[in-house]
Design a protein around this ligand. Structure first.
Ligand code: HEM
Length: 189
């Protein structure tokens, strides 16, 4: 038989607030600080650097975008979507159905980005440039990362995917905005 005391204790426990969430661990705090430092530096020096290079930020130049060959248009759309979706995936919980669905979409977008880049030249005349090494690396390691996920090799999957996000997607994206390149002309020219 349940005593009145136990019943009262059960009621109190059932309405007790959930335990306080622990403070972010050290690594998360370092990442937050690094992100804040990068954003502050970009806010302080970004406009001056852009002006020094002769640019002025503006909305996308749609006429210039539409004048590009379709392969470049697809490359840009897939690459920008991959950066946005990749950031979202990394910031959400992993392992669930949503993670898997978004992960497949991201892999498709990265394959489209790297695949289309094989048909784009210009930085090195009519032949492939050093960035094409990144395209080859992406096309070779994406299947490896998917295979690792399906085999529950979580560490390998995480390492390859985060490496591709920061090393290929974000780095190549940043490089694409250098003065003179198309993204610069689309947004700063
Ligand atoms: C947000 C991300 C990205 C943006 C905005 C972007 C944008 C561009 C644009 C506009 C071009 C053609 C015009 C130009 O060279 O200025 C280009 C070329 C290229 N992109 Fe991307 N890209 C991105 C990500 C990537 C990624 C992830 C890869 C490889 C995995 C890649 C590989 C290349 C290559 C190899 C070229 C041809 C360079 C050459 O002319 O030799 N890009 N990109």
């Amino acid at each position: 038989m349940t005593s009145p005391l136990t019943k009262t204790a059960d009621r109190v426990l059932s309405i007790a607030p959930p335990p306080a969430r622990s403070l972010p661990n050290g690594r998360a705090a370092v990442r937050l600080l690094a992100a804040a430092a990068v954003l502050t530096a970009a806010g302080l020096y970004g406009p001056r650097l852009i002006a020094a290079a002769g640019g002025a930020p503006h909305g996308p130049d749609l006429d210039l975008f539409l004048a590009q060959p379709m392969v470049i248009q697809i490359h840009i759309l897939a690459a920008v979507a991959a950066v946005a979706l990749g950031g979202l995936i990394l910031s959400l919980r992993k392992g669930h159905t949503l993670h898997r669905r978004m992960g497949w979409m991201w892999a498709g977008l990265m394959a489209a980005t790297a695949g289309t880049s094989l048909f784009i030249v210009g930085l090195n005349g009519d032949v492939w440039s050093l960035i094409h090494l990144l395209s080859g690396w992406t096309l070779a390691t994406l299947p490896l990362a998917v295979w690792a996920a399906r085999r529950r090799r979580v560490d390998l999957h995480k390492r390859v995917m985060t490496g591709l996000f920061w090393g290929a997607s974000v780095a190549a994206g940043t490089f694409a905005f250098l003065p003179g390149r198309l993204m610069w002309r689309l947004f700063m020219g």
